[in-house]
Design a protein around this ligand. Structure first.
Ligand SMILES: Cc1ncc(C[n+]2csc(CCOP(=O)(O)OP(=O)(O)O)c2C)c(N)n1
Ligand SMILES: [Mg+2]
Length: 364
């Protein structure tokens, strides 16, 4: 398959031809699915995609490894995150005959695996306002146009379909760890999700527990999820600080791996210096756990050491940023109960350096 679009149509404003082509594609489908991503992450974009998904009763997947959420992840039409590998992608899309991506490339993948992105015969198309994304996506049709207005006009044109039942059950929340057992990342993420207001901006850089974060911490408002697309490290701590400065009306929580935090730890000085009340939750397992898992998968042993002696809370304090080490679930719950309700007003940042067990399985 050529890694390029078969045909690219660029709309100036919202072009009639592009709208008609996309509407026809959906009308011709027996089982359409939608995929969304960073390009739809505005108030307008979410509302317009919700309207289309409800009108045609289609599931909406979130792109893998994306920078932002394009659809409310607590909506009954939300179908979860696409897997990042091709066999996983093919399996996730196998039940559909037409897949329309809105505001996301077709498709982000990691790591590379052989074979097509979707089973042969499945029609792939996209609506995007990003020319580069359109030209490098192997779709039969890419329409370049402003996303929200195009979605609204498509929804007026496409025939409505019967609603099918919701696609996903709510995520199973883990029981707290038994007495004397270590916390897992899922315990921390569930405790955050339970307490965080719906308008929280979660900034993610937690490599081995990202799938758990996606499962347990749904984005409920536009700008509810931010990440460095494709997982380059060094983004989350300064990004969270910057977002809080730009949007002081939104609570901001960064969830960051301990290894990842070391790529950017000096930014905690800025968070303190500029009085930005971000909650930084560092999942401290003393390892580059994901790299260890990848090395094992390739039949090798990691050539990099663990770093259990490194104290991220110690580093934070030396940089002038208030910080606490958290070792037990009771302590975690107590500190979150006192801090999370203050996040709208806070001007003092806080690092929680949370001891978690190493994950021994990882499926991106
Ligand atoms: C700039 C950059 N350097 C290196 C990597 C490769 N890398 C991906 S994850 C990772 C380690 C992450 O460790 P940690 O944050 O502790 O997360 P864990 O896997 O333990 O959950 C590294 C080095 C990267 N993605 N980006
Ligand atoms: Mg780690």
């Amino acid at each position: 398959m050529l890694a390029a679009a078969g045909r690219v149509e660029r709309a100036e404003g919202t072009d009639e031809a592009g709208i008609a082509d996309l509407a026809a594609l959906l009308d011709q489908a027996d089982a359409p699915a939608l995929v969304t991503g960073a390009g739809t992450d505005t108030e307008d974009g979410w509302a317009a995609l919700v309207a289309l998904a409800e009108h045609i009763g289609a599931p909406v997947f979130q792109e893998s490894f994306g920078a932002r959420a394009g659809f409310p992840q607590d909506h009954p039409r939300f179908a979860g995150f696409l897997p990042a590998d091709r066999p996983g992608l093919r399996a996730a899309l196998a039940g559909y005959d037409t897949v329309l991506s809105v505001g996301a490339p077709v498709f982000r993948q990691y790591p590379y695996t052989e074979g097509p992105l979707a089973e042969p015969g499945i029609r792939l198309a996209m609506l995007t306002d990003d020319p580069a994304e359109a030209y490098r996506s192997p779709v039969e049709l890419a329409v370049l146009a402003p996303i929200p207005s195009t979605l609204r006009r498509m929804t007026e044109r496409v025939a409505p379909r019967d609603r099918t039942p919701p696609y996903r059950a709510a995520a199973a929340v883990p029981e707290p760890p038994a007495e004397g057992r270590p916390m897992l990342p899922a315990h921390v993420l569930a405790a955050l999700a339970e307490r965080a207001p719906a308008d929280t901006v979660f900034v993610e850089e937690t490599p081995s527990s990202r799938p758990e974060m996606h499962r347990l911490v749904p984005a409920r408002r536009p700008l509810g999820f931010l990440s460095a697309a494709m997982g380059g490290l060094g983004f989350a701590l300064p990004a969270a600080t910057g977002v809080r400065m730009a949007r002081p009306d939104r609570p901001v929580i960064a969830v960051v791996g301990d290894g990842s935090s070391l790529y950017q730890v000096q930014s905690l000085w800025s968070a303190a210096r500029y009085g930005t009340g971000v909650l930084f939750v560092v999942l401290s397992n003393g390892r580059y756990a994901i790299m260890d898992r990848l090395a094992e998968k390739h039949g090798g042993k990691p050539s990099w050491p663990g770093f259990p002696e490194v104290s991220v809370s110690g580093l934070a304090r030396e940089l002038g940023c208030p910080a606490r080490r958290v070792e037990t679930h009771d302590d975690l719950v107590a500190v979150l109960d006192s801090v999370v309700p203050t996040l709208h007003e806070r001007t003092e940042p806080l690092v929680l350096d949370v001891a978690v067990a190493i994950e021994h399985e990882f499926r991106p």
